[in-house]
Design a binder for this molecule. Sequence first.
Ligand code: ABT
Ligand code: MG
Length: 148
Amino acid sequence: MERTFIAIKPDGVQRRLVGEVISRFEEKGFTLVGLKLMSVSRELAESHYEVHKGKPFFDGLMKFITSGPVVAMVWEGDGVVAAARKMIGATNPLTAEPGTIRGDYAVSVGRNLIHGSDAIETANREISLWFKEEDLIAWEPSIMSWLV
Ligand code: ABT
Ligand code: MG
């Protein structure tokens, strides 16, 4: 089953949007298989954003992502990698469509609230970077078995 890595960035946590973001993924029908609130070390931040090393915004990005707690998650479902990117919206929140998370809640490219893996291979790399295998839980609904 396909999985993606989603992180609510420090701005999302500080603006009390954790519940809102989680609700959107739940209501869409994806399955939460990993979740933690954590502070991000410079080392983890650099490794996560490795592809942007050397770019002019890299230092600011490191400062931002390590500036406060982040909610790291793994979500599972058919096509979840691409669907999550669609739900998140464009990198620049000002051009992100209304109805997307960034389009509805953010205005700044350097404070764009949420991260989602951009491809299946990236998702696999990011999941193993942020989570230990034993902290991910594969589960299925028990179809009302608690009622019988
Ligand atoms: P992430 O999900 O954070 O990876 O964002 P996304 O994939 O939509 O966009 P990319 B290009 O990966 O941006 C990574 C972070 O860098 C910030 N950024 C990006 C800038 O501040 N200025 C820029 O010109 C670009 C291209 C946006 C992303 N994080 N934040 N916050
Ligand atoms: Mg990216």
